[in-house]
Design a protein around this ligand. Structure first.
Ligand code: SF4
Length: 356
């Protein structure tokens, strides 16, 4: 069991992060925020996939205005991502945003950052201070000879001081980089200096495959060290995949995450069934779905290692020649023809746990 580093609790809408709260999985919409219908529909899809907190860019006043209506129609906290114009942060707070994400380095200086801080303080809204390796201050870059983990941490410390001068502690910190090694080191440094909750992410991680792998490495290293209170896997692709990737990372580290945990063998010369196709279809069906309970499903190719693994799972199948043997909670149930196996598994997963 991983021993998590103790952080202060921060409340975002109805969810708390930090302290002993579960690690929240986040994503970010990629619709135009002012397009209320599309944004709400994407957020409802993310909720179904198990997203705990969602962020939307607020690049203009129209988007800030849309916050009011979006908030009414969704069930998870909405975070406003603001760059360059602090007035947009003030407007988003006025229209009911649950949290603001700013980078004080591009919001127009210390005085404007402080205006955002005092508005959020009055509204009791938390702020994520988001330092990004791509936008560090020139003086810090010169001092550290470029982008280094220490430079990122120093930049963060400078910004945290603005908040402490205002006695504002309702903050979450992130130090993102597309360089996994720099990012992990920067988070380690900052986590040794402060006890504010940390939002972990590898930024501009890449395509669904590359981004998921890089994020699993970066986030996995930190989470295994007990660092991190909320995560976002950034992917160029379907936003729901960010949630399934994030949830899979947490599940692999032993956190209890509802949904289908798919265990499947790599296949080999012994396989006499179309396992790859079946696993793909199951993943399509269940990876973006929070079914409200946790189920281990083992899909195995043959009678060598198959039955053992299938018996260990809640639901398991072991392949034979054109057919499978079905197991439930360690008990052999029956043979299933290959042509029926997808439907049988989908039905079994659907029923599982409901009659208990
Ligand atoms: S479970 Fe059977 S089919 Fe799958 S990799 Fe192992 S030996 Fe091969």
């Amino acid at each position: 069991m991983i021993k998590r580093r103790k952080t202060r609790p921060v409340r975002i809408g109805d969810i708390s992060i930090g302290e002993n709260n579960p690690i929240a999985v986040q994503s970010m919409t990629n619709t135009d925020t002012f397009d209320i219908e599309s944004t709400v529909s994407q957020i409802l899809g993310l909720e179904k996939a198990g997203c705990d907190i969602v962020r939307s860019s607020i690049p203009d006043l129209q988007s800030a205005l849309a916050v009011k209506e979006i908030r009414k129609r969704i069930n998870i906290p909405l975070v406003g991502d603001i760059h360059f114009d602090h007035e947009l942060a003030l407007a988003a707070v006025e229209y009911g945003i649950d949290k603001i994400r700013i980078n004080p380095g591009n919001i127009g200086g210390k005085a404007r950052t402080k205006e955002v801080i005092s508005t959020c303080k009055k509204a009791n809204i938390p702020i994520r201070i988001g330092v990004n390796s791509g936008s560090l201050d020139r003086n810090i870059l010169a001092k550290h000879n470029g982008v280094t983990p220490e430079a990122m941490a120093e930049s963060m410390s400078e910004y945290i001081d603005y908040f402490l001068e205002e006695d504002f502690h309702n903050i979450v910190l992130s130090l993102k980089s597309s360089d996994v090694v720099k990012m992990t080191e920067a988070y380690r440094i900052i986590s040794s200096r402060y006890d504010y909750p940390l939002h972990l992410g590898v930024t501009e991680a890449g395509s669904v495959f590359t981004g998921a792998v890089k994020s699993a490495v970066g986030l996995g290293i930190l989470l295994a060290e007990g660092i991190g209170d909320t995560i976002r896997v950034s992917l160029t692709g379907d936003v729901k995949k960010e949630i399934s990737a994030g949830r899979t990372i947490l599940r692999s580290l032993g956190y209890s995450i509802s949904g289908v945990n798919l265990i499947s063998c790599p296949t080999c010369a012994r396989t006499r069934v179309g396992l790859e196709n079946l696993v793909e279809k199951l993943e399509e069906e269940f990876s973006g779905m929070n079914i409200g309970r946790s189920i281990n499903v083992a899909v195995m190719g043959c009678a060598v290692n198959g039955p053992g693994e299938a018996r260990e799972a809640d639901i398991g199948i072991a392949g034979g020649d054109g057919e499978y043997l079905l197991f439930k909670k360690g008990v052999t149930v029956r043979k299933v023809a290959e042509s029926d196996v997808l439907k049988v598994l989908v039905d079994e997963i659907g029923y599982f746990g409901k009659d208990e």
